[in-house]
Ligand binder design. Structure first.
Ligand code: TXA
Ligand code: MG
Length: 319
C-alpha cells in the first residue's frame, strides 16, 4: 500500500474523523479512542446502540498500561503470546478510556491486530484506535473494501488492503483477577487459551445467559434475505435459492447459485470465505433465499457455527 494513503488516513483519525481499515479478521471502522466526539460518530454511522462497547486497537504493548487499570505481569505475558493477533482481552479500564468507548462498563476490550496497514495506521495516528467491525449494526461483517462501501458509503476514508486473512472476528476473552472467561469464539480457541494461561489462572468456557456483550446476542451478522441452515445431503430447496457449501460431499440440484467456501471442509478456508459467500448471495438479485451447510462443531468449527447460527437466527423458527 502507498504510504501516502496511510498518512492521509492518519490525519483523518487525528482530526476526529472515521477511517475503515483492514485487520487480519474483518475490516474495522476506526476513530481516535481517546476522543469521545470522534467515537460518537462510529455509533452514528453504524447505527449501533450505545450500549454495545467498542474494541480498542493498539500497536505498542506499552499502550496496555495506558488503557488498562494496572495490568498484571501475567496479563501482559498472556497478551504477548497472542499479539499481534486475533485475540481481544477485556480488562478493567483506566480513567483515560472515555465512557462512550466502553458503554459505561468498567472494562475495556483491547487487541493488537496482526495486519501491517492497521499497525501503521495506529502508529501514524499517534493514538489507540477504537473500532468495531465496519458494517451496519447486526449486518454481515465486511472482509474487503467493497463490503465496507456497500454498507457505509459515507465513511470519511477506506484503506483498501484486499481480502482479510482470517475472515471472522477476533476471539474475545475477559480477565478479572485470576479468572479468564471466553466471551466470543474465534480462530484462537478455548484450548489455545487454556494452554497459554499463566499458573494460578482459572479458565471458564461456560455459556452465560446474561448478556455480557451485545455481540453475544443470538441474532447478528445477518444477510438482507432469509438464511437457513441444513445438515446432511438431502434437502429440498425452493426455486431461486442460493446454496453455500463447504466441500464436495453434497450436491444440490436446482440451485440458482452455488458458492463453495472450501472444496474439502477445511475450517480455515471456510472461515476466510464465509462472509464473502454470504455477501455474494446478498448481492445477487436472482437469489431470494440462502441455504448454508452446517459444519462440525469442533475446533474452529465452533466459531464458524457461532457466526452461521447468529446470521440465520431470525429465520430458524420459520423454516
Ligand atoms: O476482529 C475483531 O474483533 C473486529 C476487528 C475490527 O478488530 N472487531 C469487532 O468489533 O468484531 P465488534 O464491535 O463488531 O465486536 C466487538 C464485540 C462486541 O460484541 C462488544 O460488545 C464486545 O466486543 N466488547 C467490547 N468491549 C467489551 C467489554 N468491555 N466487555 C464485554 N464485551 C465487550
Ligand atoms: Mg461486529
Amino acid at each position: 500500500m502507498d504510504q501516502n494513503q496511510i498518512e492521509v488516513a492518519a490525519q483523518i483519525i487525528k482530526s476526529g474523523g472515521l477511517v475503515a481499515f483492514p485487520t487480519e479478521t474483518v475490516y474495522g471502522l476506526g476513530a481516535n479512542a481517546l476522543n469521545p466526539f470522534a467515537v460518537a460518530k462510529i455509533f452514528e454511522l453504524k447505527e449501533r446502540p450505545t450500549f454495545d462497547p467498542l474494541i480498542v486497537h493498539i500497536a505498542d504493548f506499552d499502550d496496555l498500561y495506558i488503557l488498562a487499570d494496572n495490568p498484571s505481569e501475567s496479563v501482559i505475558a498472556l497478551a504477548k503470546k497472542f499479539w499481534p493477533g486475533p485475540l481481544t482481552i477485556v480488562l478493567p479500564k483506566s480513567k483515560l478510556v472515555p465512557d462512550i468507548v466502553t458503554s459505561g462498563l468498567q472494562t475495556v476490550g483491547i487487541r493488537m491486530p496482526n495486519n501491517e496497514i492497521a499497525l501503521q495506521l495506529i502508529e501514524k495516528s499517534g493514538c489507540p484506535i477504537a473500532a468495531p467491525s465496519a458494517n451496519k449494526f447486526g449486518k454481515l461483517s465486511p472482509v474487503n473494501a467493497k463490503h465496507v462501501k456497500k454498507q457505509l458509503p459515507n465513511v470519511d476514508y477506506i484503506l483498501d488492503g484486499g481480502d482479510t486473512a482470517v475472515g471472522i472476528e477476533s476471539t474475545i476473552i475477559s480477565v478479572e483477577g485470576n479468572v479468564c472467561k471466553m466471551l466470543r469464539p474465534g480462530i484462537i480457541n478455548a484450548e489455545d487459551i487454556e494452554k497459554a494461561l499463566p499458573d494460578g489462572f482459572i479458565f471458564s468456557n461456560e455459556k452465560t445467559e446474561k448478556m455480557v456483550a451485545p455481540g453475544l446476542l443470538k441474532s447478528h451478522y445477518s444477510p438482507a434475505k432469509p438464511l437457513y441452515i441444513f445438515n446432511g445431503d438431502e434437502i429440498q430447496i425452493p426455486k431461486s435459492s442460493g446454496v453455500i457449501l463447504h466441500g464436495e460431499n453434497v450436491f444440490i440440484e436446482n440451485a440458482q447459485k452455488t458458492v463453495y467456501t472450501s472444496k474439502n471442509y477445511n475450517h480455515h478456508e471456510i472461515a476466510a470465505n464465509l462472509f464473502s459467500a454470504l455477501h455474494a448471495m446478498e448481492e445477487d438479485e436472482s437469489v431470494k433465499q440462502i441455504f448454508i451447510e452446517a459444519v462440525n462443531c469442533v475446533g474452529l468449527g465452533i466459531a464458524i457455527m457461532d457466526r452461521i447460527n447468529k446470521a440465520a437466527y431470525q429465520y430458524q423458527s420459520k423454516q
